[in-house]
Design a protein around this ligand. Structure first.
Ligand SMILES: O=C(O)C1=C[C@@H](OP(=O)(O)O)[C@@H](O)[C@H](O)C1
Ligand SMILES: C=C(OP(=O)(O)O)C(=O)O
Length: 434
């Protein structure tokens, strides 16, 4: 395990292009594997989670060639003809585990076992097993709800499924299963969550439409996949953006960031907190499913912050950035509250507990609640030691906290950042050298 110290920093300056989007890279690799003609993905994220996805599709029979962030996939077709009985190692990647289960649930008469690391073994799969069973698949999970689990593929029937929680992973799992199912499959969302799967499938010409909160996909016999370009991950960009906002005298240009409105809630929260982040974002779009992913350059400067409340429909639009909202809250004037975010308990760590314990250990005035946290802003942070608990977003949170702190932060388990942001430490160092 690596321990890295992040000292209080002088102004961060310069331009930065953070890594490609993890969510979209997973989806791009999976649809490429469902095709039979070769597909080239540019801007594929070469991080631990998305390398697990390339390994997973190789296990199922796809041929994969990677040169940096350019990946060529010769897929195995929607019916993954040659695969059976494999064990798929999803590593640390919840998104891979849940989306791939949807595709493989429709492989009639064939079984696949899913397993992963210690963190993945604590993450619930009943949330996808319930709708997949309703569609006709058989799924055996450990203790009824955890990995390792086996998916016994069956001929699937389309269903109408009302998501009990807003989860893009569950929505995407059911939509991918729907491609193979007889008839139409509809997923109803309680509130909007990231829509990368819908945008990608509709770009590929799959019959897919949205009516209010309901997204419907039709059966397809085969998938024709065009080349795919992946934008920069706003969830990764959020760390240097937060550092630019928090470190006195900073001015950064963060380039080519994906600003799909279902992902960019963090930018709206920054606006409310009074942060200076300038760049054109996508406005909320409730009608037809848009094709493709919008990008923008974001100009970021240090400035004072005020507390805010994040709750309700906004939560899924920045679910992975909520740890950073807690950190920003510690530097803000007044109180910052996050509520309605119990889903944080089911991530790579229990992010309510790990964020609250981690930031409190650095001197923040923060309390956990059942569904979020409350931070009393004190205008700064002392510093100390923060443990990542193997959670990439915690490791990067500690690093940003260190740069903005008075005494520096030692992050125990910094290597976890490789899950989503290869070269994270180098990027921060480069911005400090300008
Ligand atoms: O669909 C996706 O790519 C993701 C959806 C979210 O999870 P949930 O669907 O569990 O909310 C998010 O936290 C995760 O990092 C990626
Ligand atoms: C929750 C996350 O990812 P996953 O669910 O794919 O492990 C994340 O990246 O913060």
């Amino acid at each position: 395990m690596s321990t890295v110290r992040f000292e209080p920093s002088g102004p961060l300056k310069g331009r930065l292009t953070p890594p490609s989007d993890k969510s979209i890279s997973h989806r791009a690799a999976l649809v490429a594997a469902m095709a039979t003609e070769p597909v080239t993905i540019t801007g594929y994220l070469p991080a631990a989670d998305t390398l697990s996805t390339l390994d997973a599709i190789r296990t199922i029979g796809a041929l994969v060639q990677r040169d940096g962030d350019r990946v060529t996939v010769r897929g195995c077709g929607l019916r993954a003809a040659d695969a059976h009985g494999e064990t798929i190692d999803v590593g640390n990647a919840g998104t891979l585990m849940r989306l791939l289960a949807g595709w493989l649930a429709g492989q009639e008469g064939r079984s696949f076992t899913f397993d992963g690391d210690a963190s993945i073994r604590k993450r619930p799969v009943d949330r996808v097993a319930v709708p997949l069973r309703e569609m006709g698949a058989r799924i055996d999970a450990t203790d009824g709800r955890l990995p390792p689990f086996t998916v016994h593929g069956q001929r699937l029937q389309g269903i109408r499924y009302e998501l009990p929680v807003a989860s893009a992973q569950v929505k995407s799992c059911v939509l991918l299963a729907g491609l193979l199912a007889d008839g139409e499959t509809t997923v109803v969302e309680p509130v909007a969550s990231r829509d990368h799967t819908e945008r990608l499938l509709s770009q590929l010409g799959v019959p897919l439409w949205r009516a209010g909160d309901a997204i419907t996909v039709g059966h397809v016999d085969e998938l024709t996949v065009e080349d795919i370009a992946v934008p920069v991950d706003i969830s990764s960009a959020a760390f240097p953006i937060a550092a630019g906002v928090l470190v006195r005298g900073s001015r950064l240009l963060v380039e080519q960031v994906g600003v799909n409105w279902t992902r960019s809630g963090f930018l709206d929260v920054l606006d409310r907190m009074g942060a200076i982040v300038v760049g054109e974002r996508e406005q909320r779009r409730d009608g037809e499913v848009p094709r493709g992913e919008p990008v923008a350059d974001l100009d970021v400067a240090h400035g004072p912050l005020k507390g805010t409340v994040v709750e309700g429909d906004e939560v899924p639009l920045l679910i992975d950035e909520l740890p950073l909202v807690a950190l920003l809250g510690a530097f803000a004037d007044g109180e910052t509250v996050v509520r309605g975010a119990e889903e944080l308990k089911h991530k790579e760590s229990d992010r309510i507990a790990t964020v609250v314990d981690g930031l409190r250990g650095l001197g923040a005035e923060i309390e956990a609640t059942d569904d979020g946290f409350v931070v009393q802003g004190t205008g700064g942070l002392r510093g100390g030691t923060l443990h990542s608990h193997g959670d990439h977003r915690l490791a990067m949170l500690g690093a940003v906290a260190g740069l903005a702190s008075r005494e520096g932060v030692e992050v125990v388990g910094m290597e976890a950042a490789e899950v989503s942001y290869p070269g994270f430490g180098d990027d921060l160092a480069r911005l400090q050298r300008r």
